[in-house]
Design a protein around this ligand. Structure first.
Ligand SMILES: *Cc1c(COP(=O)(O)O)cnc(C)c1O
Ligand code: SF4
Length: 358
């Protein structure tokens, strides 16, 4: 079970969304009334509420409520507003809607497919690759992606308060070969600017660190997160690399584009990683359009991940052979710099493993 920060404990319904009296609703937010924190705190929704909001049938879900209890639906209004109502196959909807297939036990799939727990020298710290460490900065996400390989991560046992992070920082300081700290999660940008400021300053104080990388879905999911204070706190001595996580061009609307261009203009290097997902983005047209849309907003494609073998996610998989042939179609229509690297993560490798084109 995932632990939520205090601003995430709240009622399941979002008052800005539905109006049962008129029978109509609008999923537009009034910007003035909705700070990013408010948008985050109202993002938790039950399965049935999600179906109602998006005009999707909830038939057949009876008895499957466990899915929603174990890994609840979380999706902010800004994200929902990009989903086509009434379309059960919408590529954004399929990323967040609980599915009975999650209950199928797949042989060989595990709860911790990357065996991260075995390479953790301090709470929330994963040191697997040379020269860089990954710090789980926050246990909260602004959205729950059904394919997530961290959906079973024991967040409860890894408490991320200052004193825990301090232990991780001490480890980093004593490792002279580490040049880059990667903030991951959960989503690091669910942290308050105040806490982030402390973390970023503490990292900048470690002399051998030159680069701070942040893996986040927030600029895509709640673009209002990209506020002036965030840009300010990222403007210190470190190189900042922000790796967003966008799987489909429908995820980039005007507001997301604006947020990304603001980040890019402030000198931050922007990269994108996607997960290759069956029936969501597993064709060359969709991925090609995504690459172009990203680049138009200052973002270069970085990784395209094969889904990890996490229990409950096998229905998102496509075969390696299909993935590789998809990559060769993509490379046939895109400039080289817009072709992401197709990778798979293996527990024992010293880096992500790149798959060849067919
Ligand atoms: C993916 C990952 C990294 C970063 O790898 P890059 O190839 O530098 O992007 C670092 N640590 C862990 C544990 C990772 O999973
Ligand atoms: S935002 Fe990232 S960590 Fe959070 S559920 Fe989605 S994929 Fe997983």
């Amino acid at each position: 079970m995932i632990e939520y920060h205090s601003f995430c404990r709240h009622e399941k319904s979002c008052t800005s969304v539905s109006s049962p009296l008129t029978g109509k609703f609008s999923i537009k937010t009034s910007k003035k009334e909705n700070s990013w924190q408010q948008q985050l705190s109202t993002a938790r929704r039950g399965f049935y509420e999600l179906c109602q909001l998006l005009d999707i049938t909830s038939d057949g879900f009876e008895g499957l409520e466990k899915l929603d209890d174990d890994f609840p639906v979380i999706a902010p209004t800004a994200y929902l507003s990009r989903i086509v109502k009434g379309d059960p196959n919408d590529p954004l909807l399929l990323q967040i809607l609980p599915n009975a297939a999650e209950l199928i036990e797949t042989p060989g799939y595990s709860q911790d497919p990357l065996e991260e727990e075995s390479s953790s020298p301090a709470p929330g710290l994963i040191h697997k690759y040379h020269g860089r460490v990954l710090l789980i900065a926050s246990s909260t996400c602004a959205i729950h992606c059904r394919y997530c390989f961290r959906r079973h991560y024991p967040y409860q046992e890894n408490r991320f308060q200052r004193n825990q992070h301090q232990q991780a920082l001490n480890y980093i300081r004593s490792n002279r070969e580490v040049r880059e700290v990667i903030l991951s999660g959960g989503d690091p940008l669910t942290l308050s600017n105040k806490y982030l400021q402390w973390l970023v300053n503490s990292i900048a104080d470690i002399p051998q660190i030159s680069t701070l990388r942040i893996h986040t879905r927030l600029p895509v999911v709640i673009p209002d997160r990209v506020d002036t204070d965030l840009l300010d706190l990222l403007s210190g001595r470190l190189n900042i690399v922000l790796v967003i996580h966008c799987n489909h061009s429908n995820e980039i609307d005007e507001e997301v584009g604006y947020a990304l261009r603001k980040l890019s203009k402030s000198g931050i290097t922007l990269l994108n990683q996607s997960v290759l997902l069956k029936n969501i983005n597993d064709d060359a047209d969709t991925l090609g359009l995504l690459s172009h849309q990203l680049f138009d907003n200052g973002v270069l494609p970085y990784y395209l991940h094969m889904p990890d073998q996490t229990q409950g996610t096998a229905h998102f998989d496509i075969s390696e052979a299909e993935a590789c042939s998809l990559m060769s179609s993509l490379a046939g229509v895109l400039p080289g710099y817009l072709v992401p690297r197709l990778v798979r993560e293996q527990p024992t490798s010293a880096s992500k493993t790149q798959l060849p084109f067919l």
